[in-house]
Ligand binder design. Structure first.
Ligand SMILES: Nc1ncnc2c1ncn2[C@@H]1O[C@H](COP(=O)(O)OP(=O)(O)OP(=O)(O)O)[C@@H](O)[C@H]1O
Ligand SMILES: [Mg+2]
Length: 360
């Protein structure tokens, strides 16, 4: 039985999950259906790759116009939006240990406790936290998940949302959006360590879950743009042609063998980066326990052979995320398109699942 509040809100539209990536904007909206959710809106739009560079928005007006366009494409207008931020230069997520205290007490002392863990000026960040529980090996201490997001990044995104005619409802973190998605789609409370790995255009978000809870998150600045850049450089072609080749299209004068070679070498670098994070997780966080399964999302999951080669290189099971696993797809949408693009929409689905409450 759903909470009464939710039943009474049956007619009210749920917020739009808006994932503004540096490569693609993704918008997703889920309706409350009789026995779960129905996907009522999914719209995806590629962005010019000079609009978000190293996590910074270079032109807010143009980005806002692109957000408007992604909504228009789907026949949607205003409304509330949940947006996400990520990237190691924008957000820090860390498990820290602090003296045991109530959430209220921690609320007043978190800035002081957090200062030593944050590589930015403490006055430049908004902080949120979640008490995980008593620290296993140290009495009087408790584990806390600390989230700190740069104020200027938050305000830039908020401005874009406003310019696009939306109300920013919640600001979330991509890694947590992924775990929301996982919870709904996989009902995961696995004892083993499951890594949610989202390889986007300019970064890779890793979120390792144990019993369904995030125990390790890391964003690295390596994404599928690396494929595009490698093709561009090795084959001496334009960025646009490199993107076409990535999608499996052909370009005059370019042999499939040379494409394959460049793609494989770029993929290898990405796998190595992910492997390094897993090794770090194993040695410093998880008492030598391994990640045993990857749920892969993001644009790179659509590259032919990428998930299979990843499984081989990492020596573990790699499953491509299906964020619509437990979600009915509205008759208004093209099911073929939704299925094809599903892995790219993973973060947006997680964002669309968020309801009021915590806010960075
Ligand atoms: N069909 C496809 N085949 C191969 N690659 C694809 C396909 N569709 C999209 N991509 C690639 O996926 C990337 C975009 O993925 P995604 O939307 O997950 O990234 P993003 O969220 O915009 O980036 P980031 O989070 O890193 O800022 C682009 O590099 C694009 O070239
Ligand atoms: Mg992304």
């Amino acid at each position: 039985m759903k909470p009464l509040k939710e039943l009474l809100n049956f007619k009210k539209k749920n917020p739009i999950g808006l994932d503004i990536g540096s490569g693609y904007i993704k918008a997703v909206q889920l309706n409350n259906a009789k026995d779960g959710y129905e996907l009522s809106l999914m719209s995806i739009l590629p962005l010019d790759h000079d609009l978000i560079v190293e996590g910074n928005i270079t032109d807010k007006k143009r980005l806002a116009a692109a957000v408007k366009e992604v909504l228009k494409k789907a026949g949607a207008r205003g409304g509330e939006a949940v947006i996400g931020v990520s990237g190691h230069s924008s957000v820090i997520i860390k498990k820290i240990a602090v003296p045991a205290m109530s959430a209220e007490e921690l609320g007043t002392s978190i800035r002081y406790e957090a200062e030593q863990y944050i590589p930015f000026d403490i006055n430049d960040v908004n902080i949120d936290f979640e008490i995980i529980g008593p620290k296993a090996d140290e009495e009087g201490q408790m584990d806390v998940l600390l989230v700190a997001a740069k104020k200027n990044v938050i305000s830039d995104y908020a401005e874009v949302i406003e310019l696009a005619g939306l109300d920013a409802l919640i600001l979330d973190v991509d890694a947590f959006a992924l775990s929301n998605m996982y919870e709904l789609c996989y009902a995961g409370t696995d004892k083993k360590n499951v890594a949610l790995v989202n390889v986007g255009a300019s970064k890779t978000n890793i979120n390792v879950l144990h019993e369904g809870r995030p125990v390790f998150t890391r964003d690295s600045a390596m994404g599928s743009n690396y494929h595009t850049e490698t093709l561009e450089r090795e084959l001496e072609i334009t960025w646009q042609n490199a993107e076409k080749l990535k999608m499996g299209e052909s370009v005059a004068g370019v042999s499939p063998e040379s494409v394959q070679l460049a793609m494989t070498s770029a993929s290898d670098e990405i796998y190595t980066e992910i492997y390094r994070s897993f090794e770090y997780f194993k040695s410093s966080v998880a008492d030598e326990t391994e990640v045993s399964e990857v749920i892969l999302s993001g644009g790179a999951a659509l590259i032919k052979g990428f998930p299979e080669m990843m499984a081989e290189k990492l020596g573990m099971q790699v499953n491509v995320a299906d964020p619509f696993n437990n979600i009915k797809i509205s008759d208004k949408l093209d099911p073929g398109y939704v299925r094809k693009m599903a892995p790219i929409a993973a973060v947006a689905v997680g964002l669309a699942l968020r309801r009021g409450g915590d806010k960075l």
